[in-house]
Design a protein around this ligand. Structure first.
Ligand code: TYD
Ligand code: MG
Length: 461
């Protein structure tokens, strides 16, 4: 029997019968991916003939009918907000995250809530037996126990079940476990994942079912391994956090039906994930005010969030010294250390530098620069940034390569949040207009001066 699949190069399209590390067409490495063979092309169209086909009539976009769709509200506010108001029928959401972060818990809770309001749902588990899924659901409460579930890894069976059950919402946990008939690659390989996603997409669009595909994150941080999947789906959500810590953040990397700037914060508890509506209070309450600690007025999407940035500077003989960053970008840290060395800060060439954002939060924005710089200098000097009453110093702002402080977005919201928690004055970049509570600093050097002028001097540790 002739094989139904072939291997195709992702970069030049070359077809090969066997997998090989290098494409014999273009010489690229690791680009061959298994895919079904396309059907034989219809004969009779010689070269030179133009391709015939019925012409389509373009319609002005304002005349295209777009019925307002009612979203499926999952009842988990943070999830609904990140999705842009709930699940869109007929859409595909890819939910990525590392193992143990709570993907199955989140999707189980969402389906449970939908069942409770009378929606039809389906939970497909390829990783756990139905009994294991039930054990989790039992922790999540009564609603989650009402979700119809199958433990299945055959793509064909899943598709047939979708056709016969016609759920409003379905969770596939996970896309990497599905196995398409006729493909020889192992489940989870690029070819398998893409084939499964394509087939599910087709059924979802046709039956108006909202599908959440759970995907694992690879070591490189890509969702579900192949980038192809990210192009295919309507929405890519990333569930992040450290497994040992209880805080989790949910953010959208791509969303065809909403903004990608929204972030949801959850906490993992004994009875499932709990929404954290006011994360700043938690983070600020825990801020120590010790040397090396600084509060950052950060933005999580459109929401301000106060987090504690901590630094530790330790002398070392190791060359090059270590630069460890948790929750902030490592390259960004290297840049800040270089700017500090040139513009008013200490040179740390013979010291290990550790920076950590407390609570397992990730801040991915240049607005964190100043907080990192101040925390590092405070740690180096052994002087706290907090005032004598222990009130922590709050700041925000981007550090430029020439040592200047640069404006970042949403200065007003950042300030507002810090003032709400009784912090202030807040160090930040100069703004066009005067802002209540802001102590504007033009340069990093000036910001360092202002930060340490507040605190009583202590002998360096
Ligand atoms: P899980 O949703 O299975 O993670 P994923 O599907 O992303 O791999 O949950 C992961 C962890 O969460 C698990 O180690 C146990 C913990 N957990 C709780 O702490 N409380 C709970 O109510 C549940 C359901 C799980
Ligand atoms: Mg799971």
């Amino acid at each position: 029997m002739a094989p139904k699949t072939s291997y195709f190069c992702q970069s030049c399209g070359h077809e090969s019968l066997r997998w090989a590390g290098q494409c014999s067409g273009c010489g690229e490495w690791n680009t061959l991916v298994e895919a079904p063979k396309p059907d034989a092309k219809p004969a009779g169209k010689g070269p030179g003939r133009s391709r015939a086909g019925a012409a389509a009539t373009p319609v002005a976009l304002r005349d295209v009918s777009a019925p307002a769709v009612e979203r499926l509200v999952t009842g988990i506010n943070e999830l609904d907000r990140v999705l842009g108001g709930g699940l869109v029928p007929g859409s595909i959401v890819l939910l990525g995250g590392s193992p143990g972060i709570g993907k199955s818990t989140l999707t189980g809770m969402a389906l449970g809530n939908l069942v409770a309001v009378g929606r039809r749902t389906l939970y497909v588990s390829g990783e756990e037996s139905a009994a294991q899924v039930r054990m989790r659901a039992a922790r999540l409460g009564d609603a989650a126990l009402g979700v119809p579930a199958i433990a299945e890894t055959s793509l064909e069976t899943v598709l047939a079940t979708l056709e016969s059950e016609r759920p409003d919402a379905c969770v596939i946990d996970s896309i990497q476990t599905l196995n398409a008939e006729g493909m020889t690659g192992a489940p989870g390989s690029v070819g398998q994942v893409r084939e499964a996603a394509n087939a599910i997409l087709e059924v979802a669009k046709r039956t108006d079912c909202a599908v959440i595909l759970v995907g694992h994150v690879t070591k490189e941080g890509a969702v579900a391994g192949p980038r192809v999947l990210e192009h295919l789906v309507d929405c890519v959500l990333l569930f992040e956090g450290e497994r040992e810590r209880s805080f989790r953040t949910l953010r959208a990397l791509k969303n065809r039906f909403g903004a990608t700037s929204e972030v949801g914060v959850f906490e993992m508890k004994g009875g499932g994930l709990v929404e954290v509506e006011d994360p700043s209070a938690r983070f600020v309450g825990e801020a120590s005010g010790a040397p090396g600690s600084c509060v950052l007025c950060s933005m999580e999407g459109t929401r301000p969030l106060l987090v504690e940035v901590q630094a530790l500077v330790a002398p070392t003989e190791i060359v090059p010294p270590r630069r460890i960053a948790n929750g902030v970008d490592r390259n960004r840290l290297a840049m800040i250390l270089a700017v500090l060395a040139r513009h008013g800060g200490p040179g740390l060439a013979s010291a290990d530098v550790f920076v950590n954002v407390a609570g397992g939060v990730r801040v991915d924005e240049p607005g964190a620069d100043l907080a990192v710089a101040l925390a590092v200098v405070s740690a180096h000097r052994g002087e706290p940034l907090a005032d004598p009453d222990g009130k922590p110093l709050a700041c925000f702002g981007e550090v430029g390569l020439t040592g200047e402080l640069r404006t970042v977005g949403h200065a007003d919201r950042r300030l507002g949040e810090a003032l709400k928690f009784g912090l202030g004055p807040i160090l930040g970049p100069p703004e066009a207009e005067r802002m209540n509570g802001l102590a504007p600093q033009a340069t990093l050097r000036k910001a360092l001066g202002a930060a340490f002028a507040r605190a009583p001097r202590r002998a360096a540790a």
